[in-house]
Design a protein around this ligand. Sequence first.
Ligand code: FES
Ligand code: FE2
Length: 352
Amino acid sequence: MDPILSPPHTKPLLSVAKLTRFYYVACLSEELGQGPMARVVAGVPLVLFRSQGRAAALLDRCPHRNVPLSLGRVLADGRLECAYHGWQFDCEGVCRKIPGLANEADARERRAEGCAVMEQDGLVWVCPEPGHTPEAPPFALPKFDGDYARIVRVVEAEGTLHATLENALDVPHTAFLHRGLFRGGKKNQIRAVVRRSPDRVETEYLGEPRPSGIAGKILSPGSGTIHYWDRFVLPSEAQVEYELGDKKHFLVTALCTPVSDFHTRLYGVAAFKTPFPKHVVRAILEPIALKIFGQDAVMLKAQSDNVRRFGGERFQSTELDFMGPQIWRLLKQAESGSVGEHVVEREVTFWA
Ligand code: FES
Ligand SMILES: [Fe+2]
Protein backbone atom coordinates (compact mmCIF):
# COMPACT_ATOMS: atom_id res chain seq x y z
CA MET A 1 0.00 0.00 0.00
CA ASP A 2 1.18 3.52 -0.80
CA PRO A 3 2.57 4.75 2.55
CA ILE A 4 0.71 8.02 2.14
CA LEU A 5 -2.53 6.09 1.64
CA SER A 6 -2.04 4.01 4.74
CA PRO A 7 -4.08 5.15 7.69
CA PRO A 8 -2.25 7.42 10.13
CA HIS A 9 -1.71 4.57 12.59
CA THR A 10 0.61 2.42 10.50
CA LYS A 11 3.85 4.34 10.11
CA PRO A 12 4.11 7.36 12.31
CA LEU A 13 2.56 6.63 15.65
CA LEU A 14 1.50 10.24 15.79
CA SER A 15 -0.17 12.19 12.99
CA VAL A 16 2.20 15.10 13.36
CA ALA A 17 3.57 16.62 10.17
CA LYS A 18 6.37 19.18 10.41
CA LEU A 19 5.37 21.87 7.97
CA THR A 20 7.49 24.87 8.86
CA ARG A 21 7.79 26.38 5.38
CA PHE A 22 4.27 27.89 5.30
CA TYR A 23 2.59 30.94 6.77
CA TYR A 24 0.48 30.51 9.91
CA VAL A 25 -1.49 33.06 11.88
CA ALA A 26 0.65 34.17 14.83
CA CYS A 27 -1.84 36.70 16.25
CA LEU A 28 -4.57 39.17 15.36
CA SER A 29 -3.25 42.50 14.07
CA GLU A 30 -5.01 44.22 16.96
CA GLU A 31 -3.18 42.03 19.50
CA LEU A 32 0.21 43.21 18.30
CA GLY A 33 0.86 46.61 19.78
CA GLN A 34 4.41 47.78 19.64
CA GLY A 35 5.35 44.58 21.49
CA PRO A 36 7.40 42.59 22.10
CA MET A 37 5.11 39.58 22.30
CA ALA A 38 6.13 35.92 22.67
CA ARG A 39 4.38 33.34 20.46
CA VAL A 40 5.13 29.73 19.56
CA VAL A 41 4.33 28.59 16.02
CA ALA A 42 4.96 24.98 14.93
CA GLY A 43 7.09 24.50 18.03
CA VAL A 44 9.30 27.50 17.22
CA PRO A 45 9.49 30.24 19.90
CA LEU A 46 9.14 33.65 18.27
CA VAL A 47 9.14 37.25 19.37
CA LEU A 48 6.76 39.52 17.49
CA PHE A 49 6.97 43.29 17.53
CA ARG A 50 6.17 46.34 15.47
CA SER A 51 9.05 48.26 14.06
CA GLN A 52 7.60 51.68 13.17
CA GLY A 53 4.25 50.10 12.47
CA ARG A 54 5.52 47.15 10.46
CA ALA A 55 5.05 43.69 12.00
CA ALA A 56 8.29 41.75 12.51
CA ALA A 57 9.21 38.33 13.91
CA LEU A 58 12.54 36.96 15.15
CA LEU A 59 13.45 33.75 16.91
CA ASP A 60 12.88 34.48 20.58
CA ARG A 61 16.55 34.04 21.45
CA CYS A 62 19.14 36.74 21.80
CA PRO A 63 22.29 35.69 19.89
CA HIS A 64 24.42 36.97 22.78
CA ARG A 65 23.48 34.82 25.79
CA ASN A 66 20.18 33.39 24.54
CA VAL A 67 17.83 35.30 26.83
CA PRO A 68 14.33 35.53 25.30
CA LEU A 69 14.12 38.72 23.27
CA SER A 70 10.46 38.93 24.24
CA LEU A 71 11.65 40.09 27.70
CA GLY A 72 13.07 43.22 26.09
CA ARG A 73 11.44 46.38 24.81
CA VAL A 74 10.88 48.18 21.53
CA LEU A 75 12.58 51.55 21.24
CA ALA A 76 11.16 54.62 19.54
CA ASP A 77 13.27 53.98 16.43
CA GLY A 78 11.67 50.53 16.05
CA ARG A 79 14.62 48.50 17.31
CA LEU A 80 14.10 45.62 19.71
CA GLU A 81 16.40 45.90 22.74
CA CYS A 82 17.38 42.78 24.68
CA ALA A 83 16.62 42.97 28.41
CA TYR A 84 20.01 41.56 29.50
CA HIS A 85 22.89 43.58 27.99
CA GLY A 86 20.89 45.85 25.74
CA TRP A 87 21.87 44.63 22.27
CA GLN A 88 19.57 46.25 19.74
CA PHE A 89 18.08 44.54 16.69
CA ASP A 90 16.17 45.90 13.71
CA CYS A 91 13.10 44.25 12.16
CA GLU A 92 15.32 41.93 10.07
CA GLY A 93 17.28 40.85 13.14
CA VAL A 94 20.45 42.80 12.27
CA CYS A 95 22.30 43.83 15.43
CA ARG A 96 22.52 47.62 15.22
CA LYS A 97 23.98 48.49 18.59
CA ILE A 98 25.92 46.85 21.42
CA PRO A 99 26.17 49.18 24.43
CA GLY A 100 29.78 50.01 25.24
CA LEU A 101 31.25 48.43 22.11
CA ALA A 102 33.48 50.90 20.27
CA ASN A 103 33.43 48.94 16.98
CA GLU A 104 30.59 48.26 14.57
CA ALA A 105 27.82 46.18 16.18
CA ASP A 106 26.65 44.59 12.91
CA ALA A 107 28.25 41.23 12.29
CA ARG A 108 26.59 38.20 10.69
CA GLU A 109 26.97 35.99 13.70
CA ARG A 110 25.42 38.61 15.97
CA ARG A 111 22.18 38.63 14.04
CA ALA A 112 18.96 37.44 15.57
CA GLU A 113 17.30 35.03 13.14
CA GLY A 114 14.37 36.63 11.35
CA CYS A 115 11.15 35.06 10.06
CA ALA A 116 8.99 36.13 7.11
CA VAL A 117 5.90 38.08 8.21
CA MET A 118 2.84 39.26 6.32
CA GLU A 119 -0.12 41.17 7.61
CA GLN A 120 -3.39 40.42 5.82
CA ASP A 121 -7.11 40.42 6.66
CA GLY A 122 -6.41 41.79 10.16
CA LEU A 123 -4.07 38.88 10.94
CA VAL A 124 -0.32 38.63 11.40
CA TRP A 125 1.04 35.62 9.50
CA VAL A 126 4.48 34.22 10.20
CA CYS A 127 6.58 31.49 8.58
CA PRO A 128 8.28 29.75 11.52
CA GLU A 129 11.33 28.66 9.54
CA PRO A 130 13.91 31.45 9.93
CA GLY A 131 15.21 32.88 6.69
CA HIS A 132 12.61 31.16 4.51
CA THR A 133 9.99 33.10 2.55
CA PRO A 134 7.14 30.82 1.42
CA GLU A 135 6.33 30.86 -2.28
CA ALA A 136 2.61 30.81 -1.57
CA PRO A 137 1.13 33.85 0.18
CA PRO A 138 -1.03 33.31 3.28
CA PHE A 139 -4.52 31.94 2.77
CA ALA A 140 -6.76 34.79 1.62
CA LEU A 141 -10.10 35.06 3.38
CA PRO A 142 -12.98 35.51 0.95
CA LYS A 143 -14.30 39.06 0.65
CA PHE A 144 -18.03 39.57 1.06
CA ASP A 145 -20.26 42.57 0.61
CA GLY A 146 -22.06 44.48 3.36
CA ASP A 147 -24.95 41.97 3.49
CA TYR A 148 -22.64 39.69 5.43
CA ALA A 149 -21.96 39.78 9.14
CA ARG A 150 -18.59 38.65 10.40
CA ILE A 151 -17.44 37.14 13.69
CA VAL A 152 -13.81 36.48 14.56
CA ARG A 153 -12.98 34.26 17.56
CA VAL A 154 -9.77 32.67 18.77
CA VAL A 155 -10.04 29.30 20.51
CA GLU A 156 -7.54 26.71 21.66
CA ALA A 157 -7.57 22.94 21.24
CA GLU A 158 -5.38 20.39 22.95
CA GLY A 159 -5.13 18.36 19.79
CA THR A 160 -2.66 17.77 16.98
CA LEU A 161 -3.15 19.93 13.92
CA HIS A 162 -4.40 16.86 12.07
CA ALA A 163 -6.91 15.85 14.77
CA THR A 164 -8.15 19.43 15.10
CA LEU A 165 -8.62 19.86 11.36
CA GLU A 166 -10.38 16.51 11.10
CA ASN A 167 -12.68 17.43 13.97
CA ALA A 168 -13.61 20.75 12.32
CA LEU A 169 -14.56 18.92 9.11
CA ASP A 170 -16.04 15.70 10.43
CA VAL A 171 -19.77 15.27 9.82
CA PRO A 172 -20.51 11.89 11.48
CA HIS A 173 -19.70 13.11 15.02
CA THR A 174 -22.07 16.07 14.78
CA ALA A 175 -25.23 13.98 15.17
CA PHE A 176 -23.66 12.19 18.13
CA LEU A 177 -21.42 14.49 20.16
CA HIS A 178 -23.48 17.62 19.37
CA ARG A 179 -26.84 15.87 19.40
CA GLY A 180 -29.67 18.40 19.42
CA LEU A 181 -27.43 21.40 18.81
CA PHE A 182 -26.98 20.87 15.12
CA ARG A 183 -27.99 17.43 13.89
CA GLY A 184 -29.29 14.48 15.83
CA GLY A 185 -33.00 14.17 15.04
CA LYS A 186 -34.41 11.93 12.36
CA LYS A 187 -31.71 10.37 10.18
CA ASN A 188 -31.49 11.42 6.55
CA GLN A 189 -29.81 9.95 3.56
CA ILE A 190 -27.07 12.21 2.23
CA ARG A 191 -24.76 11.90 -0.74
CA ALA A 192 -21.14 12.95 -0.28
CA VAL A 193 -18.56 13.50 -3.02
CA VAL A 194 -14.91 13.77 -1.97
CA ARG A 195 -12.62 15.64 -4.38
CA ARG A 196 -8.91 16.18 -3.95
CA SER A 197 -6.50 18.52 -5.71
CA PRO A 198 -2.85 19.36 -5.01
CA ASP A 199 -3.54 21.89 -2.25
CA ARG A 200 -6.94 20.86 -0.93
CA VAL A 201 -9.59 18.24 -0.33
CA GLU A 202 -13.28 19.04 -0.38
CA THR A 203 -16.37 17.01 0.44
CA GLU A 204 -19.62 18.19 -1.09
CA TYR A 205 -22.85 17.06 0.60
CA LEU A 206 -26.11 16.89 -1.32
CA GLY A 207 -29.69 16.26 -0.40
CA GLU A 208 -29.69 16.81 3.36
CA PRO A 209 -32.91 18.32 4.72
CA ARG A 210 -32.38 21.29 6.99
CA PRO A 211 -30.77 19.89 10.20
CA SER A 212 -33.20 19.53 13.10
CA GLY A 213 -31.01 20.86 15.94
CA ILE A 214 -31.26 24.39 17.35
CA ALA A 215 -28.57 25.77 15.05
CA GLY A 216 -30.23 24.16 12.02
CA LYS A 217 -33.60 25.73 12.88
CA ILE A 218 -32.01 29.15 13.17
CA LEU A 219 -30.13 28.70 9.93
CA SER A 220 -33.30 27.76 8.17
CA PRO A 221 -36.63 28.22 9.94
CA GLY A 222 -38.51 26.70 7.00
CA SER A 223 -37.77 23.37 5.47
CA GLY A 224 -35.84 22.67 2.29
CA THR A 225 -32.48 21.07 1.74
CA ILE A 226 -29.05 22.40 2.48
CA HIS A 227 -26.06 22.21 0.23
CA TYR A 228 -22.72 22.31 1.93
CA TRP A 229 -19.04 21.72 1.64
CA ASP A 230 -16.26 20.79 4.03
CA ARG A 231 -12.91 21.95 2.79
CA PHE A 232 -9.31 21.56 3.87
CA VAL A 233 -6.70 23.81 2.28
CA LEU A 234 -2.98 23.33 2.89
CA PRO A 235 -1.29 23.88 5.19
CA SER A 236 -3.86 24.28 7.97
CA GLU A 237 -7.16 25.83 6.90
CA ALA A 238 -10.55 24.20 7.54
CA GLN A 239 -13.62 25.69 5.92
CA VAL A 240 -17.30 24.82 6.20
CA GLU A 241 -19.74 26.41 3.78
CA TYR A 242 -23.54 26.16 3.89
CA GLU A 243 -25.99 27.36 1.31
CA LEU A 244 -29.72 27.39 2.02
CA GLY A 245 -31.55 28.78 -0.99
CA ASP A 246 -30.19 32.05 -2.35
CA LYS A 247 -30.87 34.05 0.82
CA LYS A 248 -28.76 32.22 3.35
CA HIS A 249 -25.08 31.61 3.18
CA PHE A 250 -22.63 30.68 5.95
CA LEU A 251 -18.90 30.37 5.54
CA VAL A 252 -16.83 29.46 8.57
CA THR A 253 -13.07 29.36 8.15
CA ALA A 254 -10.80 28.03 10.87
CA LEU A 255 -7.25 29.19 10.27
CA CYS A 256 -5.35 26.70 12.41
CA THR A 257 -1.95 27.35 13.89
CA PRO A 258 -0.01 24.37 15.20
CA VAL A 259 1.50 25.77 18.40
CA SER A 260 3.13 22.49 19.36
CA ASP A 261 2.48 18.80 18.59
CA PHE A 262 -0.64 18.61 20.78
CA HIS A 263 -1.74 22.24 20.89
CA THR A 264 -3.55 23.97 18.04
CA ARG A 265 -4.92 27.50 18.05
CA LEU A 266 -7.90 28.23 15.81
CA TYR A 267 -8.61 31.66 14.39
CA GLY A 268 -12.24 31.23 13.47
CA VAL A 269 -13.75 33.67 10.98
CA ALA A 270 -17.47 33.27 10.35
CA ALA A 271 -19.19 35.22 7.58
CA PHE A 272 -22.93 34.84 7.20
CA LYS A 273 -25.87 36.27 5.31
CA THR A 274 -29.45 35.64 6.40
CA PRO A 275 -32.73 37.55 6.00
CA PHE A 276 -32.64 38.28 9.77
CA PRO A 277 -30.90 41.20 11.51
CA LYS A 278 -27.19 40.47 11.88
CA HIS A 279 -27.05 41.22 15.60
CA VAL A 280 -29.89 38.79 16.29
CA VAL A 281 -28.26 35.95 14.36
CA ARG A 282 -24.92 36.74 15.97
CA ALA A 283 -26.41 36.79 19.48
CA ILE A 284 -28.05 33.40 18.94
CA LEU A 285 -25.43 31.58 16.90
CA GLU A 286 -22.31 32.61 18.76
CA PRO A 287 -23.11 30.93 22.11
CA ILE A 288 -24.25 27.78 20.27
CA ALA A 289 -21.05 27.73 18.20
CA LEU A 290 -18.94 28.17 21.34
CA LYS A 291 -20.87 25.40 23.09
CA ILE A 292 -20.30 23.08 20.12
CA PHE A 293 -16.62 23.97 20.11
CA GLY A 294 -16.42 23.35 23.88
CA GLN A 295 -17.69 19.80 23.33
CA ASP A 296 -15.13 19.33 20.57
CA ALA A 297 -12.32 20.69 22.76
CA VAL A 298 -13.16 18.19 25.53
CA MET A 299 -13.06 15.34 23.03
CA LEU A 300 -9.81 16.50 21.40
CA LYS A 301 -8.12 16.71 24.80
CA ALA A 302 -9.39 13.24 25.76
CA GLN A 303 -8.14 11.90 22.42
CA SER A 304 -4.69 13.50 22.89
CA ASP A 305 -4.38 12.28 26.48
CA ASN A 306 -5.29 8.76 25.47
CA VAL A 307 -3.01 8.68 22.44
CA ARG A 308 -0.15 9.74 24.74
CA ARG A 309 -1.19 7.24 27.42
CA PHE A 310 -1.02 4.42 24.89
CA GLY A 311 2.24 5.70 23.38
CA GLY A 312 0.78 6.49 19.95
CA GLU A 313 -2.23 6.21 17.65
CA ARG A 314 -4.03 3.13 16.38
CA PHE A 315 -6.78 4.58 14.22
CA GLN A 316 -9.27 2.54 12.20
CA SER A 317 -11.14 4.44 9.51
CA THR A 318 -14.21 3.71 7.39
CA GLU A 319 -15.50 5.42 4.26
CA LEU A 320 -17.42 7.79 6.54
CA ASP A 321 -14.11 9.34 7.58
CA PHE A 322 -14.22 11.51 4.50
CA MET A 323 -11.61 14.07 5.46
CA GLY A 324 -9.17 12.78 8.10
CA PRO A 325 -7.16 10.33 5.94
CA GLN A 326 -7.21 12.79 3.02
CA ILE A 327 -5.96 15.65 5.19
CA TRP A 328 -3.18 13.42 6.44
CA ARG A 329 -2.24 12.49 2.89
CA LEU A 330 -1.96 16.16 1.87
CA LEU A 331 0.02 17.07 5.00
CA LYS A 332 2.50 14.27 4.29
CA GLN A 333 2.78 15.26 0.63
CA ALA A 334 3.48 18.86 1.62
CA GLU A 335 6.03 17.72 4.20
CA SER A 336 7.93 15.71 1.59
CA GLY A 337 7.57 18.38 -1.11
CA SER A 338 5.63 16.13 -3.50
CA VAL A 339 2.59 17.36 -5.44
CA GLY A 340 -0.71 15.52 -5.61
CA GLU A 341 -3.20 15.30 -8.46
CA HIS A 342 -6.83 16.26 -9.13
CA VAL A 343 -9.13 13.32 -8.43
CA VAL A 344 -12.64 12.50 -7.40
CA GLU A 345 -11.72 10.35 -4.46
CA ARG A 346 -15.07 8.73 -3.84
CA GLU A 347 -18.85 9.12 -3.68
CA VAL A 348 -20.64 7.77 -0.65
CA THR A 349 -24.27 7.67 0.41
CA PHE A 350 -24.69 7.67 4.17
CA TRP A 351 -27.10 8.47 6.99
CA ALA A 352 -26.78 11.43 9.34
S1 FES B 1 21.68 38.16 26.26
FE1 FES B 1 20.85 39.63 24.99
S2 FES B 1 22.22 41.27 25.11
FE2 FES B 1 23.14 39.73 26.31
FE1 FE2 C 1 -17.68 19.06 16.47
